[in-house]
Write a protein of this length. Structure first.
Length: 480
């Protein structure tokens, strides 16, 4: 514990939903839910307007639609969220060399290490300046907590939400924590919280009064001692500037259970390619390939294979994942698939492809290549529920010999960015029965006009997101 509140915790407010509201003027002040849009989708973030209806993160999207039927339900746009996160993290690094990111929208900062704060007055001033800088650079709000420890700084930022700042003066920790729920403390999830409730412990003050010996008896030594120290406000963990990644993985949940073994194999190949993209993007290679399969009855199986050395070769990862799939029974159907890589390193083993190819029976590599080319299409709701992907390897429909196959219908997920040759940039409000509805507006503009097009309109194309602040295209909302 420090004698001054020089550890800062920043938590951006309803980050994904706030980015969507900032980039889509017609959604400002409206209920916005970001996540998977299919029947098995899950809410990633809900705006504060949506939270008033009881919608929250990790809730099934179907339940959210029942609670908030008039909300705007959008797919995540992670490329834009990362761009905004990079701007925010750069502002934090101007304050101190010790910045510990926890996610795209959350980080600890050691203000004392940066020489910008040594007492309560300078810490508060730095926190207020940071909030103003974030607002100017991104148009978004963030909540700031300041305290003498990481745990208390995080508690403070949560209490400051939304768009506030709370500083916990050293010496007042126990008084502040005492009336709070035990779920406030890190490491107290639903199961531990229920266990404590049955023992008559519901607040942090009651947790401290129970004593270390009683908590050790109830929860075990490691957990009991840790919770008792946190209940007293004690936390000596330093802010760590770099966190080593332990694994890289991707997974998809499907709207309808997959039964076709060829389709399942194609999806695994597609996930392997996405996993390698993330692996390379982080500058790593990996030695252990992991396959995750959740079956129709919610039973989850994991299989892994360790290579002779680390690799970032997509062919090696695809083939290892395919071998792992061969050992999994998918007869009853599959609702989720995932591919991951662990045992990360910052170098590669160049001869792994030869090793992988040598271990395959004749023709297996050719079959894997075919599966990849068929499974390259990726469906819309990244990070949430997805449906049948275009180009997922299903056999083509029979037709007259020599007649070209019809082009697959283009998909326009709600919330995705588009550009029209006449009307400029916009975003998809919805699509169906061969039509797509687009609202033409952009960050900083007035709410735009809505127009409907055929899904195959040649003048309408997918687009990259526009920046929230700075570069704009005046008048691009299109003619009336």
């Amino acid at each position: 514990m420090r004698a001054a509140p020089t550890i800062l915790h920043l938590d951006m407010d309803a980050f994904y939903a706030s980015v969507e509201q900032a980039s889509k003027p017609s959604l400002r002040g409206k209920a916005v839910i970001v996540g998977g849009l299919g029947p098995r989708g899950v809410v990633a973030t809900a705006s504060y307007e949506a939270r008033r209806f009881g919608v929250h993160s990790a809730m099934p999207t179907a339940q959210a639609r029942r609670l908030c039927p008039n909300g705007a339900y959008l797919i995540p746009r992670f490329s834009l969220y990362r761009q905004v996160s990079d701007v925010v993290m750069a502002l934090l690094r101007e304050l101190s060399p010790l910045v510990e990111p926890l996610s795209l929208d959350e980080a600890f900062v050691d203000l004392e290490a940066g020489g910008v704060a040594f007492d309560s007055r300078t810490a508060r001033s730095t926190g207020e300046r940071l909030r103003a800088d974030i607002r100017a650079a991104t148009g978004l709000s963030g909540s700031v907590g300041l305290a003498g420890s990481k745990m208390l700084a995080k508690v403070a930022s949560e209490e400051a939400k939304p768009a506030g700042l709370l500083l916990i003066e050293p010496g007042t920790e126990r008084e502040l924590l005492a009336p709070m729920s035990v779920r406030t403390l890190p490491g107290v999830g639903p199961a531990t919280g229920e266990h404590l409730r049955r023992a008559g412990i519901t607040t942090v003050g009651e947790l401290a009064e129970a004593g270390e010996d009683e908590l050790v008896r109830m929860l075990g030594r490691a957990h009991g001692v840790g919770l008792y120290r946190m209940a007293l406000g004690l936390d000596d963990r330093p802010v760590v500037a770099e966190r080593d990644a332990k694994s890289v993985s991707v997974e998809d949940t499907f709207d309808v259970d997959l039964h076709d073994r060829v389709r399942i194999r194609n999806e695994v190949q597609r996930l392997a390619d996405r996993c390698v993209q993330r692996l390379r993007g982080s500058g790593h290679s990996g030695r252990t390939i992991v396959l995750k399969v959740r079956r129709y009855d919610f039973s989850t199986l994991t299989r892994s294979e360790t290579l002779r050395g680390p690799t970032d070769d997509p062919a090696v990862v695809r083939e290892a994942a395919a071998r792992l799939l061969e050992g999994v029974d998918t007869t009853g159907g599959v609702r989720l698939l995932g591919v991951g890589v662990t045992g990360l390193a910052d170098y590669t083993q160049e001869d792994l492809f030869a090793q992988s190819a040598a271990s395959e029976p004749d023709g297996a590599g050719e079959e894997a290549g075919t599966a990849v080319s068929g499974g390259s299409g990726e469906s819309g709701a990244a990070g949430g529920s997805v449906g049948a992907s275009e180009g997922s390897g299903a056999p083509a429909a029979d037709g007259p010999p020599g007649e070209p196959e019809p082009a697959p219908e283009r998909r326009w997920p709600a919330g995705s960015d588009v550009r029209h040759a006449v009307y400029g940039p916009g975003w998809v409000q919805g699509s169906g029965v061969g039509r797509v509805t687009v609202r033409f507006e952009q960050p900083g503009s007035e709410p735009g006009r809505v127009r409907t097009f055929r899904v195959d309109d040649p003048e309408l194309e997918p687009s990259d997101p526009l920046p929230l602040v700075g570069e704009g295209e005046p008048g691009a909302a299109g003619p009336a």
